[in-house]
Design a binder for this molecule. Structure first.
Ligand SMILES: Cc1cc2nc3c(=O)[nH]c(=O)nc-3n(C[C@H](O)[C@H](O)[C@H](O)COP(=O)(O)OP(=O)(O)OC[C@H]3O[C@@H](n4cnc5c(N)ncnc54)[C@H](O)[C@@H]3O)c2cc1C
Length: 474
């Protein structure tokens, strides 16, 4: 192994390779997952500065028996996909030094960036050039576009712009053999065979290492308005979504739902955020209208929507943000739910999708089943309702011991929730991916033919299990 470390140092430079043997070494930023559920021990953390260095690192690791590679971006993933196991034989390949914007092509509406570019910096570069890069999620200040592509991240704008897959036109990838696949095309049409780009997107670092990507840009909206509505039931939230689609058309760029308990956690842990309208309603909805004309047009449309919704009883009260700073404040509340939950303590997380029309029945039935099994259980239920995606999280009863709750209930609760998801023809991972956390669940919930094809693809592209072994496919 010492030979490999020396090779890695000669490829990337001594300052960019860390090991536990270094004086004062603390590698927890790379070895501990965001939720602090899994702490591994790596052989080394390597931070290459170019595609050629990534390829050379892969070749050196491939030539060393027993070593494998864990690609890592911002390490904000929620399914234990980006951290090493505790074997001490895995090299963490951190992409954060490769963070340049390589090119912007205004006529083609594309931006080409390196994989380690932090999402917020990509959004800012697009905006500086006069465009919108619409991918947006709570972790955008630390996650990277490579990680977003690796997980096919969703976020808050999917109902209008699609998830990361839909935003990507081309990829540069280092294969498990250390070859460079140059697919950095800005083409919107290219039917020359199998879609390797889409194979890589969402593969969670198990098929190749994404080193750069060409992403789509959009015109900046002329105006963006945000509203917050209290709704009396999940069915009312779904009815409101239908009305919003009809009234706002493609202007509807965000539709988030949050239950009362989720908002009570934000109120408890971040009282300065001043959550509106949450005390007297079981659910709140956050809506965003992006308008290509002007603010007055957006406001008139929004008011028409909310009036109809109040008349029809699917909204009981609503506020429309007066300015950008109020709008950011409302989004900040929504994005603080994940952090407020972390403050409250460990819970059992589910990132699921169900056809939108079936969500009210799913929630009613599954809530009742859980309450029957665990009296007093608390549900942190929120998510991207516009995409049929719920973060359906289960917290110990008030005053309970969170660690003991997880130990005693996690498996049973997962089975109960995933069986319900299966019954309602949904997916057990809508946007966070599979990682190590859910890999053992795929044989139960994934179509067996699909799973066999996934195994065949992994075997063909990475026969020696060099890239992120035991993630996605257990
Ligand atoms: C507060 C918070 C809010 C979040 N909100 C959302 C949300 O709304 N929607 C959503 O989808 N996710 C969300 N997430 C999850 C997470 O941010 C996303 O999964 C994100 O895409 C991960 O990016 P990353 O750079 O941190 O990747 P990492 O966590 O480092 O890695 C994630 C996976 O991608 C692989 N990977 C990383 N870089 C590469 C690369 N260059 N090439 C190949 N594979 C690679 C890793 O091996 C791993 O399997 C949230 C997380 C947090 C902490």
């Amino acid at each position: 192994m010492n030979k490999l470390i020396a090779q890695l140092r000669s490829i990337c430079g001594v300052p960019h390779v860390y090991t536990h043997e270094d004086a004062g070494a603390d590698l927890s930023a790379w070895e501990l997952d965001w939720r602090k559920r899994s702490r591994g021990r790596s052989l080394a953390v390597v931070r290459p500065g170019s595609t050629a260095e990534v390829a050379a690192v892969v070749k050196a690791c491939a030539a060393t028996p027993g070593v494998s590679i864990v690609p890592q971006g911002g390490n904000t993933g929620l399914v234990v996909g980006s951290v090493p196991d505790d074997s001490g034989t895995q090299v963490v390949l951190s992409m954060t030094r490769m963070n340049a914007v390589r090119a912007i092509d205004p006529a083609n509406l594309t931006i080409t960036v390196e994989a380690g570019c932090v999402l917020q910096n990509l959004q800012a570069a697009a905006e500086q050039a006069g465009f919108l890069f619409p991918l947006s999620l709570g972790a955008e200040g630390s996650c990277t576009i490579g990680g977003n592509l690796g997980t096919n991240a969703g976020g808050t704008q999917v109902l209008r712009y699609g998830n990361t897959r839909e935003l990507c036109l081309g990829l540069e990838v280092v294969t498990a053999q250390g070859e460079v696949l140059n697919g950095l095309t800005g083409l919107r049409k290219d039917n020359t065979g199998y879609d390797l780009r889409n194979l890589m997107i969402g593969s969670e670092g198990t098929l190749g290492i994404i080193t750069a990507a060409t992403m789509k840009l959009y015109p900046l909206p002329a105006a963006q308005l945000t509203a917050w509505a209290a709704v009396p039931s999940m069915q009312a939230a779904v009815d409101l979504l239908g009305l919003a689609h009809q009234t706002l058309g493609p202007g509807l760029t965000g539709f988030e739902v949050m239950n009362q308990f989720a908002l009570s956690l934000v109120d408890k842990h971040y009282p300065q955020l001043r959550v509106p309208l949450w005390q007297d309603t079981p659910w709140c909805v956050l809506l965003e209208n992006s308008d290509s004309e002007n603010e007055q047009h957006a406001r008139t449309q929004f008011e028409a929507l909310l009036e109809r919704a109040l008349e029809q009883g699917c909204v009981s009260d609503a506020v429309v943000a007066e300015n950008l700073s109020q709008a950011h404040g409302l989004w900040h509340i929504r994005e603080s739910i994940t952090l407020a939950q972390a403050e409250e303590g460990l819970n059992i997380k589910h990132d699921i999708s169900i056809p939108v029309s079936r969500i009210p029945a799913f929630v009613a039935e599954t809530d009742a089943l859980l309450q029957r099994e665990i009296p007093g259980v608390r549900l942190v239920d929120f998510g991207h309702l516009g995409d049929g995606n719920l973060h359906y999280n289960v917290q110990a009863p008030e005053g309970g011991d969170n660690k003991a709750f997880l130990r005693d209930w996690e498996d049973k609760v997962n089975t109960l929730v995933f069986d319900q998801v299966h019954k309602f023809e949904g997916s057990i991972s809508a946007e966070h991916g599979v990682g190590e956390l859910k890999a053992h669940k795929l044989p139960t919930y994934k179509d067996p033919t699909a799973l066999a094809m996934m195994r065949a693809i992994k075997q063909a592209l990475d026969p020696h299990q060099l890239l992120n072994p035991r993630k996605v496919l257990a």
